[in-house]
Write a protein that binds this ligand. Structure first.
Ligand code: RIB
Length: 299
């Protein structure tokens, strides 16, 4: 079994600010740092650090060498990452406020240049029994889903960031949805608490398993195994960037290795809590050995 993550690679420009800049306002930032990021790259790093055999497919520009190095150093196969000579690498302008919270402005760059031809080339190396992980930061997602489904791959969708393009995907071909409450509301049109939303999604897509992340309230799984609730681990918040990506990568690594859902959720919750206590996107993602021994102060 191999895991293909067809996803974005971004350079994250992180600005430390007192508060997020408002309409018409100009503010100074205390510091600016550049990190490796992109929901795709972050999830590949998390998958690999969790122990999964992951192949990342995606596009960068000539300024994207550092992103390939990050993938390689995390043990991710990078042969399916291609460089476009005349297109800049995707990037994100991230404001991090005094509480560690963020807001993100994306520029797709090379991530939006994925073609059907490239998709066919990438998917040639994968077959039934392999897993596919997708987010919503690259072009051609509906085509990738259709081809992977035809091949009999298990398809995981993290519909983030949520926008209208998600509706172009044949969502009945998805086996796992990993998403937050806002994304679930948008997909179902339903309102209510986590249980209501997860239940709506599960009834709308009965063939799929749903993992709903609830922030500080934890996460909720509804699928063949029934309903499982997972608490969140409390940590001092430094930077929430990539917490969700860490959760997704760890959860998928565990379930694709045949581990029980309860264990997958717990590992994902531990790993994402550690990521929240660290700065940056990809660099904040912990190794499996750290997740296994980490002591949380109020478990
Ligand atoms: O989920 C966090 C990621 O979202 C950042 O690394 C940024 O690049 C955006 O894609």
């Amino acid at each position: 079994m191999k895991i293909l993550n067809f996803g974005s690679l971004n350079l994250d420009y992180v600005y430390d600010v007192e508060h997020f800049v408002r309409k018409g306002e100009t503010i100074a930032s205390r510091e600016m740092r550049i990190f490796c990021g992109g929901k795709g790259l972050n999830q590949s790093v998390a998958l690999s650090k969790a122990g999964a055999p992951v192949y990342h497919a995606g596009l960068v520009g000539q300024d994207g060498g550092i992103l390939r190095e990050m993938l390689l150093s995390a043990g991710v196969h990078d042969e399916l990452v291609r460089c476009l000579p005349d297109t800049p690498t995707g990037n994100a302008i991230i404001q991090r406020d005094a509480t560690g919270d963020n807001c993100i402005l994306l520029y797709g760059g090379a991530n939006r240049m994925v073609t059907k031809e490239f998709v066919r080339e990438v998917l040639e190396g994968f077959s039934a029994g392999d897993w596919l992980v997708l987010q919503n930061e690259i072009s051609q997602i509906p085509y990738i889903v259709d081809l992977a489904y035809e091949k009999g791959m298990t398809i995981v969708l993290n519909p983030s960031p949520m926008d209208e393009k998600i509706r172009e995907i044949s969502l009945d071909k998805i086996h796992y949805f990993l998403l937050n409450q806002g994304e679930a509301q948008s997909l179902t049109g339903a309102k209510g608490d986590g249980t209501v939303l997860a239940d709506h999604l599960h009834r709308k897509f009965p063939g799929a398993s749903v993992v709903l992340t609830l922030g500080e309230a934890g996460s909720l799984y509804i699928g063949q195994e029934g309903t499982v609730f997972q608490k969140a681990y409390r940590v001092p918040v430094v930077d929430t960037t990539a917490a969700g990506d860490t959760f997704t990568g760890y959860f998928v690594a565990e379930v694709s290795a045949g581990k029980p859902v309860e264990q997958a959720l717990d590992m994902a919750a531990r790993a994402s809590a550690i990521a929240v206590s660290r700065l940056g996107a990809a660099p904040s993602i912990p190794e499996r050995s750290q997740v296994e021994i980490w002591q949380f102060s109020r478990e």
